[in-house]
Write a protein that binds this ligand. Structure first.
Ligand code: SF4
Ligand code: SF4
Length: 152
């Protein structure tokens, strides 16, 4: 039997189904820099101060969009404008008609696999509290696909 993310349009998902698509990687909580000329988005290893880095969970979830103006609440419409999202993000994958990976909690049945596969930011990020805003460029990262050894 097909799973809901395989057979439903993102616009037909319930709020609970939509929320469950998030794999808990917290990659979207990393600071991003946009190249003004090419409009290319570069991720950094600097993370929002409100992230619990051990659990990759927001400590201020209810008030996040007030505390952090560019903390985006993803909606189905917003997910279609997904170019800035990490290529591993389930919202982006589903919007592109791709399958979820084995480590996604909905596939593996465990919230730990996103960390075990090295997809989450756990153990790989630095809080913005310790990085000067002018030094953000020094922290630009390139992700490597753990299972294929390829650059994203
Ligand atoms: S990048 Fe996507 S899947 Fe990962 S935490 Fe953000 S919204 Fe969830
Ligand atoms: S406020 Fe929470 S959800 Fe938003 S970027 Fe910061 S840690 Fe992530």
């Amino acid at each position: 039997m097909a799973e809901f993310w395989e057979e439903k349009s993102i616009f037909d998902m319930s709020a609970q189904e939509w929320e469950s698509l998030c794999d808990g990687c917290a990659r979207c909580c990393l600071h991003k820099l946009e190249d003004e000329e090419s409009e290319e988005v570069h991720y950094t290893s600097v993370v929002c101060q409100y992230l619990n880095e051990d659990k990759c969970a927001c400590t201020r979830y209810e008030e996040r969009t007030i505390l952090v103006p560019d903390c985006i609440q993803l909606t189905p419409v917003g997910a279609l404008d997904y170019g800035w999202l990490p290529t591993t993000c389930a919202y982006r994958l589903v919007a592109e008609g791709k399958d979820l990976e084995w480590w996604h909690p909905l596939v593996s049945g465990s919230p730990d696999t996103v960390h075990e596969a090295g997809i989450s930011v756990k153990g790989k990020c630095t809080s913005e509290l310790y990085v000067h805003p002018d030094a953000m460029e020094d922290h630009i990262i390139t992700w490597v696909k753990q299972d294929q050894g390829e650059k994203e």
